[in-house]
Structures are given as structure tokens and as C-alpha cells.
Design a protein around this ligand. Structure first.
Ligand SMILES: NC(=O)c1ccc[n+]([C@@H]2O[C@H](COP(=O)([O-])OP(=O)(O)OC[C@H]3O[C@@H](n4cnc5c(N)ncnc54)[C@H](OP(=O)(O)O)[C@@H]3O)[C@@H](O)[C@H]2O)c1
Length: 291
């Protein structure tokens, strides 16, 4: 079993909808076995970052899987630039650690380091150079707010293909303006932290709604549907890529199986978002979003 559904970016490249992340639970840890297990069980899209300090073991996991490069979709993210270093030089170091000639997608991880130096536009130009040089098939950003997107869109030669942000019902209100601006420019949202209502905000106002939707989907499908799949399905119906992680093979399979879960109805989506609006809970990047 592996993912079949893809999302097409504004540069024409196609992305497998489900990514296995090597941050959070694997942050700073050896990711070799987890990555290998994810690929062995059907994952083709791997989400890495310089900041996670494990690009070398992400690369080792990829190598151990024996999969050919063209069957995989590999992402990494720019953390910061050393004095005098170019974006291209920084990405070249990542490529070496990953053991590949190019990444499919390269993201600015967080706008703040560049903003602090007054260099956000300059960083984006550096991303464009890395793209033009063939080091990254697609380029994008992460944790960009409306004002950050506007700043780089002004004068950009390449429109970002992706903005990777936290996305679940408890940040939906805050995410909407960012996603709306993204949509105007064909910027696809990639989501992380999507399981927050089940993992980091247990007992919150969305619990009951998730449970009701889960029961209805299970009846319609005639097969088990998990709460986790309800949240993943909601993200997919927003047109977003899903970046998640797990230490359990059963959850990798369950995440992939979300492709086979029936759609939430417009009423169910509305109910989930209404419940989500009762609690604001951001799990990551409070320093950027200030909430
Ligand atoms: N760009 C950024 O700034 C940024 C920030 C954060 C994350 N990310 C990326 O997104 C990836 C995923 O982030 P995330 O960990 O926040 O994703 P998530 O999908 O919200 O949470 C995944 C975690 O939740 C646990 N989990 C999943 N389903 C569960 C359930 N039903 N009950 C209890 N626990 C459950 C998993 O643990 P088990 O091992 O027990 O399954 C796993 O550790 C990261 O690895 C990273 O690649 C990017």
C-alpha cells in the first residue's frame, strides 16, 4: 500500500499528499530506522530540515530503503545562513548530508532569521538561485504570515510553490487569511501539527464533533475510521499536503488509508471548524505568530 493521490504545485510539479516528518518526535535524533520503516510501508514523501539536525540519518534511511531517487519526494528547509554564505551553498551542504543531487522541495523554515537581518527578499532571491541551479525542483516557505508572503511576492521571479504551516481546527481562524492569500497566488498549503486536537489538546471542544463524524464515516464506509483520519481528511479537503510523523507502523498504514475514507460533508466541516473556533491552541512557532 502506498499513497496514490498527488497535489499539483504552481510550477507543475506533483507532490504525494502525505509526508513523513523527521522533526518533532525525531528532532535531533537518528531517523534512519523510522525513515526506512516509513518508506517500506508506502511513504514516498519525506519532510526534513536543517534545523532537525538529522539530515544525514534521513539520507541513511533513504539509502537503506533501496528506493530509486525518482520514486521519492524529498524536502528540506533552510534554517539560517552563516556570514557570507549563499542559500545555494547552504543547500549544497544539505544535499551532501542527504546523499542526493537535488531536493524536490526546499523551504525557508521560518521568516524570522531573515527578517531580523532585513534580508527576507534577499533570502528569497537566494532560493530562486538554488532553484535555477537545479538544486531544488520546487521552492517555497514555511511559517510565513500574510505580511511575509506579501514581502517576497513583491518582486519575486518565482512564486513560492508551498507554505508549510500548522493546520488543525484550533488554529483554523488564524490560518485562513494566510491560506486565502496563498490560494490567490497558487501557493499550496502544507500542514503540520494536524493531530493536535488528539495529541496536544485532549478534552477540547472539537472532541465530540470528531467522534460524531468518525461514527458517521464508519457507517458510510462499512469499515473502521479513526479520529486521526477525520482530522487528516479535513486537511485534505482544504487542499493541503499533510505532514505527520509516527513511531508506529500501524499509524503509517492508517494515515495512508485515509485516501479511502469518504469525504466529510459541508455540514460536518462547518461543525468541526465551529468547535475549533472555541479554543485557540498553537503547538509550534509562537515566536513567529505571536499567539
Ligand atoms: N515547518 C515547521 O516549522 C514544522 C513544525 C512542526 C512540525 N513540522 C513537520 O511536521 C512533522 C509532523 O509534526 P507533528 O509531530 O506535530 O505532527 P502530528 O501529526 O500533529 O503529530 C504526530 C505525533 O502525534 C502522535 N499521534 C498521532 N496520532 C495519534 C493518536 N491517534 N493518538 C495519540 N498520538 C498520536 C504520533 O505519535 P506516535 O509515534 O505514538 O504515533 C506523533 O508523534 C514533523 O516531524 C516535521 O517534519 C514542521
Amino acid at each position: 500500500m502506498s499513497t496514490t493521490h498527488t497535489i499539483t504545485l504552481n510550477d507543475g510539479n506533483r507532490v504525494p499528499w502525505l509526508a513523513f516528518g523527521t522533526g518533532t518526535a525525531l528532532y535531533g535524533k537518528n531517523a534512519t530506522d523510522s525513515v526506512r520503516a516509513a518508506i517500506d510501508n508506502g511513504i514516498t514523501h519525506l519532510d526534513g530540515a536543517q534545523l532537525y539536525n538529522n539530515e544525514d540519518t534521513l539520507g541513511a534511511g533513504i539509502k537503506a530503503s533501496g528506493k530509486s531517487r525518482s520514486d521519492l519526494y524529498i524536502v528540506t528547509k533552510l534554517n539560517k545562513l552563516d556570514p557570507g554564505q549563499t542559500v545555494k551553498e547552504s543547500l549544497a551542504i544539505s544535499l551532501k548530508k542527504l546523499g542526493v543531487d537535488y531536493v524536490d522541495l526546499f523551504l525557508i523554515h521560518n521568516p524570522l532569521p531573515a527578517i531580523k537581518e532585513g534580508k527576507l527578499k534577499e533570502w528569497w532571491q537566494g532560493m530562486e538561485e538554488a532553484h535555477n541551479g537545479g538544486l531544488a525542483k520546487s521552492i517555497g516557505v514555511s511559517n510565513f504570515r500574510v505580511e511575509d508572503l506579501k514581502e517576497i511576492l513583491d518582486g519575486a521571479n518565482v512564486i513560492p510553490a508551498v507554505n508549510q504551516i500548522e493546520l488543525h481546527p484550533y488554529v483554523w481562524k488564524a490560518a485562513q487569511p494566510i491560506m486565502n492569500l496563498g490560494r490567490e497566488h497558487g501557493i499550496v498549503t502544507a500542514s503540520y501539527g494536524g493531530q493536535t486536537p488528539l495529541v496536544r489538546a485532549v478534552g477540547g471542544p472539537a472532541d465530540r464533533v470528531i467522534s460524531t463524524i468518525r461514527e458517521r464515516l464508519e457507517r458510510t464506509r462499512g469499515k473502521p475510521v479513526s479520529s486521526s483520519q477525520v482530522l487528516t481528511k479535513w486537511i485534505l479537503q482544504k487542499g493541503a499536503i499533510v505532514v505527520t510523523t509516527t513511531s508506529k507502523v500501524s499509524r503509517i498504514k492508517e494515515a495512508i488509508d485515509t485516501e479511502n475514507v469518504p469525504d466529510l460533508t459541508p455540514e460536518e466541516i462547518h461543525a468541526l471548524e465551529a468547535a475549533g473556533s472555541l479554543l485557540h491552541k498553537r503547538a509550534y512557532m509562537a515566536e513567529v505568530f505571536g499567539e
